[in-house]
Design a protein around this ligand. Structure first.
Ligand SMILES: [Cu+2]
Length: 169
């Protein structure tokens, strides 16, 4: 019993930081109880790691890969940073070239002190009617869910030197 305990702590950490693990509710209660022993120092780190290995190999804990069907997407954010309007500033979109799985919702957030907008563009930079925000004041957000894979370019019509892209895998 004791051996298996430590898993819980490990998996809770993974749930918290990666979101790739099975949900905490799927961890048996006896495993959770055992976590207490680890917290009290009743078992060593080596035992802890062996326990993790045991539970994974015996499918007690199931690790989901990012490519498995049951993987739950974490929605993505693009920050329009302070200084983005200034052509001489480094205020690039954060991230400048976002990569996401299909069906991810992207939210742009204007953290700059002046209004911006987001206008989708075709390959030659012409504005197309795909995702087009109204003017976004400081703190405003704009959302778009990307369903199909491809590379999507956008810019701000107020500051046309600000170009970014979203790559949907
Ligand atoms: Cu702008």
């Amino acid at each position: 019993m004791k051996i298996s305990l430590s898993i819980t702590i490990f998996s809770i950490i993974l749930v918290s930081f990666s979101g790739n693990f099975a949900s905490a509710e799927s961890i048996p209660k006896w495993v959770k109880n055992n976590a207490l022993w680890y917290g009290q120092g009743d078992i060593s780190e080596a035992e802890f790691l062996n326990a993790i290995k045991f539970l994974i190999e015996n499918d007690v804990l199931v690790i989901e890969s990012p490519h498995s069907k049951s993987f739950k997407h974490v929605d993505a954010t693009v920050i329009i940073p302070n200084g983005n309007s200034d052509i001489d500033s480094v205020g690039f979109y954060l991230p400048l070239n976002l990569e996401i799985p299909a069906s991810t919702k992207v939210t742009w957030v204007n953290d700059d002190s002046v209004p911006h907008n987001i206008q989708s563009q075709d390959e030659v930079g012409k504005v197309i009617d795909l995702f087009n925000s109204p003017p976004l004041n400081t703190g405003d957000r704009f959302e778009f869910a990307f369903k199909e894979s491809g590379v999507y370019n956008y810019y701000c019509s107020f500051h046309p030197w600000r170009v970014g892209s979203i790559t949907v895998e």
